[in-house]
Design a protein around this ligand. Sequence first.
Ligand code: BES
Ligand code: MN
Ligand code: ZN
Length: 485
Amino acid sequence: MKYFTINKLNQKSDVNYHILGMFSGKKLIKNIDDTAIQNNIKESLNNKEITGALGEYQIFHGNSKKNKLVLFGLGSKQDFDPISLQKSLTYVIKSLIKTNATSICLEVDNLVLQGKEPAIKNIIIAIETALYKYKKNKTSNLSKLNTCYLKTADKSVSAKFKETVKISTSISNGINKAKDLGNTPPNICTPTYLSDQAKQLQKKYRSLNVEILDEKKMESLKMGSLLSVSRGSKEPAKLVTIKYLPIKNKKPIILVGKGITFDTGGISIKPSGAMDEMKFDMSGAAAVLGTLQACAEMKIKTNVIGILACAENMPSSSATRPGDVVKSMEGISIEILNTDAEGRLVLCDALTYAKKFNPRYMIDLATLTGACLVALGKYPSGLFSNDQKLADLLKNSGDKTGDRVWQLPLYKEYFDELKTNFADIQNIGGRYGGAITAAAFLAKFTEGQKWAHLDIAGTAWDTGPNKGSTGRPVQLLTDFLLSNQ
Ligand code: BES
Ligand code: MN
Ligand code: ZN
């Protein structure tokens, strides 16, 4: 979609739909020139056909065929936040995709929360991600929408507008890339597929440099923990490093993603219900790749390194057993009591490997625990950190973008649950607080680093009729990187 700013919509401009948000219980502030439209709106409001509730929208026809007006509900004004903005726009855009419309004009000024620019950014990202559709294996009609005018009375917007559009579309493309990877079926999206995707990214963006470690190389680096996960699968594990280092002599921010392309649980096999959703267990890696694509596309001036820890977790006669002890690259021995707690096993070696790049911050993202879903539900990602400043920065980016996180504690008692008679640590804790004991396991491998862990088990994909990857937390991460250049 192409974006332009305008100050007024003149009679000649050929726009199929003029879109205006309305809050519930509030009067429409706008004066609408077309008297027929104005009368229709009055009638609709009187009849409570439209009230401004979140998710509502209605199309109004006027005297001319041009410039039909669309009212869409924003919910209550007090509750308005980046999430209501995103939801309300998604509804109206998804409905207009189905029409023959090619151009729309959106009134921006009543959608602003904290400054025009962040609002425009959130608006463009909401529109671009609403336009997303998974296309492989499905014949679908492409939307004809190609032009969007963002109408605002504020003339100062236009100076920075081009840059804002560039950044917002790059972020959207990164989100949609992560969605595509997540949605790709697990017979296609294997560890090798993910490493090929990284290679392709390097071809497209000369500023990216990709390195792929195969199992042999990982063995020589003594990554016994990561390799224990792929042992039951015929698909070899891959450790993919994507470097984006535009600035000389500056420590990079390192993003590490869990890339389990399918998680059966291994010998500690999962129940069969909804097991297909374990194709999304590589969503952390997908978000890292999407974020690095966005960095390269918007030419951000920060050093970033992405690491994808990719493996498939399968049961077989060569698979790791409960009770097996393996040695991590860190030198810490691990008793594997549950082969379904595999995410932490690939991440710990990837985190150790990451340290050699001398990070400013290390952030890992992982669909790590069902317990995180139990604790927080599906709305925020779980946040854990050994550095409160880093945690606060991530929290702030989450609130700004609507890609929210909520922090959980790492008290020392949780670490005691990882003790065992047979190795330095075991890979599971007790019955309760599973999201935290998983994070505590990772914390053992990041001592002395400024590290944060995002458990995206509840946020990386939607279930039900809208089943599919959400592309989270690419928007959070790109905002964090842009805010900390
Ligand atoms: N990938 C799963 C976590 C998961 C489960 C994410 C359901 C989203 C929905 C992870 O590898 C896993 O199986 N974790 C176990 C850990 C347990 C064995 C300690 C879990 O959460 O049950
Ligand atoms: Mn598992
Ligand atoms: Zn898993």
